[in-house]
Design a protein around this ligand. Structure first.
Ligand code: ADP
Length: 492
C-alpha cells in the first residue's frame, strides 16, 4: 500500500494533527481529541497504533508510532494520518478487485469505488450503504469460495474469493480474482487434451482398422495357402502315383527288353543255326574221315601218318569246342552290371560265331585283332550280340553285291570306336534303322524281325556308348560303335 509521505505531512499540518511530547505526562500534554484515541494510547504503550475513521466525509487512517527515550520509556508519539482517497488514487481500476474491511466488516479501502462502505450480509449477499442488498451466489470448489455476482461491470462476474485478516492494521483484506483467465486456460487445456485424445483415438482407430484389415488379409491368405497346400498335396499324391506307375512301367519295359534281347538272340541263333550246323558238321565229317584214315594208316603199319591224322582230329575237335563255347556264351542271358571287357576278345568271338554266315554269303573279312587287350565298359555277351548283329546285317546286305567285303576296325582315342564297313548297297532309310520292327528284309519269309538294331542301340547305350549307322561316301554302309574306355579309378 503506497503511503504518500508528503501528502500525509501536508494533511497532518493542515489538520494540525501533531505529536505530543514530554517525558512526564505524555497523555496529559497531548491534544485533547488525540489523547483518547486508541492508536495514540497504543503508541504510549510502546506499540504501533492504527485507527480508521471517517471525518467530514474523509476516510482517514491514523498511525501512531512511539518514540523511546534513553531510559527505554516512551518519550513522545509520532502521529500520521493518511487520506485513503489519496491512497486509492493510483490504485483505482487495477486488477484484481481488492477491498479492505474494517472491524465492522464495512469496505473501507478498495480499488473499485462502487464497493465503498458495502458490507457482507450473511453468506449469499452484500449490502450497500443505503441498505440495498445484492445477491452473491457462493460455490465451494476444492475448499475455495467462488463468487458469482452482477453488481458491477468492473467486478468480475465469477471470481475466486480470497480473504485474509490483517491484524496489524485491524482490517481484513479481500481479493476477487477473475475466474475467466483460469476458465480460458482450462478450456484451452481441455481443448488440447481433447485434441490429443482425438488424435490418439484416431491413431487407435487407424491401428485397429489396420489390424482388422491385416487380419482379414491374413485369413484370406491362410485360406489360399490352405487351398494351395491341399491342391499341392493332391498333385503330390498324383505325382507319386504317376512315379509308381512309371517305375512299374519301366520295370515292365526292362523285363520286356530283356525278353526281347533274348528273343533277338534266339532269332539270330535260329538264323545262324543252318550255318552253325554246317560249321559243326564239316569238322565232324573231317574227324570221321581222319579217323578212318588213321585206322587205315595203322593197318598199313604207317604210324607216323596215323599220328598226323590224329593231330588233325584234335585240331578239328578244338575248333568244334570253340564254336560250341561261343554259341553257349551267346545264348547265355547276361544280367551282370557293366564291367571290364576286352574288346579284341569280344570282336574275335563274334567274328568266329559268324564265320559260317560270311562264308555262305561269300564275304571276305578285313580284320586285325588288337594285339594288346583293349578294355572297355560293357558286358561280354551283350556286346558280342551287338557285333554279331552288325556282321550278319552286313552279310545280309551284301548278298548279291559284286564286291562283298567287310572291314572291321578298332580306333583308339576317347571314346574308343569300332567301325563295320561293308560294300553292300547302303542303308535305305538311315533315320529309321534303329526303330523297333523296322526291316527291309522279307518278313513273310522269316528273314527279319526289325529288332536287331533297336536292341543293339539299347545295349550300347546301357554301356554309356553310342551306335550310329550311315552310308559311306564311296558306297556301302558304315556302322560306328563308340564305347567308353575302362578306367580303374572310374570303376572304383
Ligand atoms: P533285321 O535285320 O531283322 O531287318 P535290324 O534291326 O537288324 O533288323 O535291321 C533293320 C534294317 O536296317 C534292315 O532291315 C536293313 O534295312 C537296315 N540295315 C541294317 N544293316 C544294314 C547294312 N549293313 N546295309 C544296309 N542296310 C542295313
Amino acid at each position: 500500500m503506497p503511503i504518500r509521505r508528503a501528502g500525509c505531512w501536508r494533511r497532518l499540518t493542515g489538520r494540525r494533527d501533531v505529536t505530543g511530547t514530554g517525558p512526564r505526562d505524555l497523555a496529559g500534554s497531548a491534544p485533547r481529541d488525540l489523547a483518547g484515541t486508541p492508536h495514540f494510547r497504543r503508541a504510549l504503550q510502546g506499540a504501533l497504533g492504527v485507527s480508521l475513521g471517517v471525518s467530514g466525509g474523509q476516510r482517514l487512517i491514523s498511525f501512531a508510532a512511539p518514540n523511546f527515550g534513553a531510559t527505554g520509556k516512551v518519550r513522545g508519539v509520532l502521529v500520521a494520518v493518511v487520506d485513503v482517497v489519496e491512497l486509492e488514487q493510483d490504485w483505482r481500476g487495477t486488477l484484481p478487485t481488492v477491498y479492505f474491511t474494517d472491524a465492522g466488516g464495512q469496505v473501507f479501502i478498495t480499488n473499485r469505488s462502487e464497493l465503498l462502505f458495502w458490507k457482507r450480509a450473511g453468506e449469499g449477499a452484500m449490502m450497500a450503504p443505503g441498505g440495498a442488498r445484492y445477491g452473491v451466489a457462493v460455490r465451494h470448489v476444492s475448499g475455495q469460495e467462488i463468487w458469482q455476482q452482477d453488481w458491477s461491470p468492473y467486478v468480475p462476474q465469477r471470481a475466486l474469493y480470497l480473504a485474509t485478516p490483517l491484524p496489524v492494521i485491524g482490517m481484513d483484506g479481500v481479493a476477487l480474482i477473475d475466474e475467466a483467465p483460469a476458465r480460458r486456460l482450462a478450456a484451452l487445456q481441455a481443448a488440447v487434451v481433447t485434441a490429443v485424445c482425438l488424435f490418439l483415438g484416431a491413431l487407435l482407430f487407424l491401428a485397429t482398422e489396420r489390424r482388422r484389415t491385416l487380419a482379414l488379409a491374413n485369413a484370406v491368405l491362410e485360406e489360399r495357402v490352405g487351398a494351395r497346400t491341399r491342391a499341392l498335396s493332391e498333385t503330390n499324391a498324383a505325382l507319386r502315383r504317376e512315379v509308381r506307375e512309371r517305375e512299374e512301367a519301366e520295370e515292365a519295359l526292362r523285363r520286356a527288353q530283356a525278353e526281347l534281347v533274348q528273343a533277338g538272340k534266339l532269332s539270330a541263333l535260329g538264323q545262324m543255326s543252318a550255318g552253325i550246323s554246317h560249321e559243326l558238321n564239316q569238322p565232324l565229317m573231317a574227324i570221321r574221315s581222319y579217323a578212318e584214315n588213321g585206322v587205315a594208316f595203322l593197318d598199313r603199319q604207317r604210324p607216323e601218318k596215323a599220328g598226323e591224322a590224329l593231330g588233325r582230329i584234335s585240331e578239328m575237335a578244338q575248333r568244334m569246342a570253340r564254336i560250341i563255347r561261343n554259341l553257349r556264351a551267346f545264348a547265355r542271358q547276361e544280367s551282370a552290371p557293366v564291367t571290364r571287357v576286352d574288346l579284341g576278345v569280344v570282336l574275335q568271338s563274334a567274328v568266329e560265331l559268324t564265320e559260317a554266315r560270311r562264308e555262305k554269303a561269300g564275304v571276305s573279312l578285313v580284320w586285325d585283332r588288337p594285339r594288346a587287350p583293349v578294355w572297355v565298359r560293357g558286358g561280354e555277351v551283350r556286346l558280342g550280340q551287338v557285333f554279331v548283329n552288325l556282321i550278319t546285317n552286313a552279310a545280309d546286305a551284301m548278298e548279291g553285291a559284286a564286291v562283298r567285303r567287310l572291314e572291321i576296325a578298332v580306333t583308339g582315342g576317347v571314346p574308343l570306336t569300332v567301325t563295320f564297313r561293308d560294300t553292300g548297297p547302303g542303308i535305305e532309310e538311315p533315320e529309321r534303322i534303329f526303330d523297333p520292327f523296322y526291316t527291309t528284309k522279307a518278313v513273310a519269309g522269316g528273314d527279319g524281325m526289325g529288332l536287331g538294331l533297336s536292341i543293339s542301340y539299347g545295349l550300347v547305350q546301357s554301356f554309356g556308348g553310342t551306335i550310329l549307322g550311315a552310308n559311306a561316301p564311296g558306297g556301302g554302309a558304315v556302322f560306328t560303335v563308340a564305347l567308353e574306355r575302362w578306367v580303374e579309378e572310374v570303376a572304383a
